[in-house]
Design a protein around this ligand. Structure first.
Ligand code: TMP
Ligand code: ASP
Length: 297
């Protein structure tokens, strides 16, 4: 863990201690044992890492059927050809994704989110990830603008849903329903459920962001199965954050999302801070966005 600044380490230690104490209490472990668990770092050697992706790490959760999703500060673009560490990004994505997922859960759109544990981590339901990314577009930008020669910012006649096959080695190629069915990446029922979820998320998030003066240009979601008895149900997984959405100021068109990094448009943290602030979830600035060590005289 790269949190070298005292403020962030201290806050993380306290938050991690809280989550461990909570988990330990729930699991019937005494507080004394909980206190002996390492608290100064989120990269805890005793935890079982399940998966490490480009921007997140997944650890085994405190109870069966749960996982811990840890947001890193890594920013990547163009299938990780471009990479940087942007201190505090993981904290903001944790808070922003929490805000969105909580709202989705509230309106009955099922997600894997259970609760935030600390500055960088959230407790989630374990799902069987379906190897597809669904992109919903309201306004032409990015790859669709390039593919069809559209001017960025052109409103699309209706929301367009696209499918991408999740495979980093292949660069997540765009695929058609035919490929999905032929290679059995998802059943026709799964795909129907995913599209329905994606469109509900789009409707809901359009309004949510509009109320903050932000235009939802496009976004990507991932889904997974959970089993309720024998019956598999499709729910939203992964994250929904400015890493996976395009978010523009309604009035000025200013970009607040990862395009700032992809296209070298300025400081990514300015955009993410603006979103977190408009959502009212901006953590204390010194924690989310450390300014570096201070000399003590
Ligand atoms: P695109 O215009 O590059 O295809 O991106 C569409 C949306 O999907 C945009 O909001 C960014 C998001 N996205 C991801 O979340 N992960 C990815 O790997 C890519 C390429 C895009
Ligand atoms: N997340 C993808 C990557 O690292 C691409 C992107 O978001 O633009 O490579």
């Amino acid at each position: 863990m790269r949190g070298t600044v005292f403020g962030i380490r201290k806050a993380l230690a306290v938050e991690v201690l809280n989550s461990y104490t909570h988990a330990a209490t729930k699991a019937g472990i005494g507080l004394a044992v909980a206190l002996t668990l390492p608290i100064g770092d989120t990269d805890m050697s005793r935890r079982r890492m399940v998966y490490e992706g480009k921007a997140k790490v997944i650890y085994a959760g405190p109870e069966p059927g749960t996982l811990v999703q840890h947001f890193k500060d890594d920013a990547t673009a163009f299938n990780a050809e471009k990479h940087a560490i942007i201190e505090g990004k993981g904290v903001l994505n944790n808070f922003i994704s929490e805000y969105i997922m909580k709202h989705l859960n509230t309106v009955g759109i099922p997600t894997h989110f259970i609760r935030r544990l600390n500055m960088r981590e959230q407790l989630i339901r374990e799902v069987e990830i379906i190897p597809l990314e669904l992109v919903v577009r309201n306004v032409a930008a990015g790859s669709i603008a390039k593919r069809f020669g559209l001017e960025e910012g052109t409103a699309l006649p209706r929301p367009i849903v696209e499918y991408y096959y999740k495979d980093d080695k292949l660069g997540d190629p765009m695929v058609a329903e035919e490929h999905i069915a032929a290679f059995n990446w998802a059943s026709p029922q799964d795909l129907d459920d995913m599209v329905a979820l994606a469109l509900r998320v789009n409707d809901f998030m359009n309004g949510l962001f509009l109320s903050m003066g932000i235009k939802l240009v496009d976004f990507k979601i991932e889904c997974g199965h959970v089993y309720e008895g024998e019956i598999p149900r499709v729910i939203i997984a992964d994250e929904i954050s400015p890493d996976s959405c395009r978010l523009w100021d309604v009035k000025t068109g200013q970009k607040f999302d990862k395009d700032i990094f992809r296209r070298d448009l300025g400081d990514l943290m300015d955009g993410y801070t603006e979103i977190a602030t408009r959502m009212g979830v901006m953590p204390e600035k010194s924690v989310a966005r450390p300014t570096g060590p201070k000399l003590v005289h």
